[in-house]
Every structure is written in C-alpha cells, then in structure tokens.
Design a protein around this ligand. Sequence first.
Ligand SMILES: Cc1cc2nc3c(=O)[nH]c(=O)nc-3n(C[C@H](O)[C@H](O)[C@H](O)COP(=O)(O)O)c2cc1C
Length: 176
Amino acid sequence: MIGFPYTSADKYGRTMSSSDLSPASLREAFGCFPIGVVAIAAEVDGDKVGLAASTFVPVSLNPPLVSFCIQNSSTTWPKLKDLPALGISVLGEAHNDAARTLAAKAGDRFAGMETESRTSGALFIHGTNVWLETSIAQLVPAGDHTIVVLAISDIVINPDVAPMVFHRSEFRRLEA
Ligand SMILES: Cc1cc2nc3c(=O)[nH]c(=O)nc-3n(C[C@H](O)[C@H](O)[C@H](O)COP(=O)(O)O)c2cc1C
C-alpha cells in the first residue's frame, strides 16, 4: 500500500519521494507523461525563427484554440510574440533529429528541414503530420512559463505521417 507522501525505490534503486520538488525531479516527473512535439515557427524579415515545444495541448473546438507553454527566459519568444501568425507543425516519427535541431542554442534551427512559409508569415515543416496556422489569442502568466493560447485559422492534415512521442527524454514511435 502506498501512503502519502510516500517514498519508494525505482528499478535503479533510487529513492523517489513525493516531497522532492526540485526542478530536476519535476522534469523527471513531467517526462513520465508521454506527449507529442511541435515546431512553432514563423518567417521574420526573411529569417526562419522557431523552437521545439512539447507542451502543446489542444484546447477548444469552438472557437478553435490550442496552447503551449513558453519559458519566460526564452530569447526566441520575443521575436515571435508580436507576429500576426505562427505556424505549428506536429512532428512525425522521423523527426528525432529535427526536434533536437529546432531546440538548438546555436546554429540553423531548420537545418536539413524542408519548410514552407505562408503570406501570413507562418512557417511550416514538410513531412510533419499536422499544420496549424495560428495567431496569439491570449497570454496567461504561469510560474516561470507563460501559457500561450493560439487561435487556429487554417489546418492541413497529413494522416500518412506516423506520430512521434516524447517520453522520459526520448523520442519514441508508436507500435503499429
Ligand atoms: C523535446 C523538446 C521540447 C521542448 N519544449 C519546450 C516547451 O514546451 N516550451 C519551451 O519554452 N521550450 C521548450 N523546449 C526548448 C526550446 O525548444 C528551445 O530549446 C529553447 O527555447 C531555446 O532557448 P531560446 O528560446 O532562448 O532560444 C523544448 C526542447 C525540446 C528538445
């Protein structure tokens, strides 16, 4: 029987405690939740700007809304936050390298990726399984992140692309 708060040993013999709320523990705990990864991107003065995000969540059908969380320390977000449109590309199972490239601190975040930009400025990655053209509807402060609520203006679905699942710091594919 598990009490609360509880401690137990994991398969490596490490003690897991429910009262350990360090950033490392929280990252490990949050990482147990399997989730997809998206690219959030736009073209800004001819440059491709974007990042990888695993906090993407569908929010509402009517009106059509999605959200993701951006860390308040992001140096990329200030370049995106005032744009009229942001492209969201849901990464597929072949995008392990792309996910890391899109999160790189230095270098071309779109290296090796075929992209498409819309007249709105929204930027998409080819070979991904869903494209959502969006605009920022609401910003909600939430601790060291901000919840960005986005209104969807257009959708492209490519059902033939199998999804990628981010789980415990690894990019995994679903079993067929
Ligand atoms: C799989 C993965 C998921 C990520 N998810 C998020 C996220 O949801 N929110 C966020 O702010 N950063 C996230 N990041 C970090 C950004 O992709 C990027 O590395 C970071 O914004 C870089 O710092 P900068 O914004 O100062 O350029 C993620 C990185 C990876 C590899």
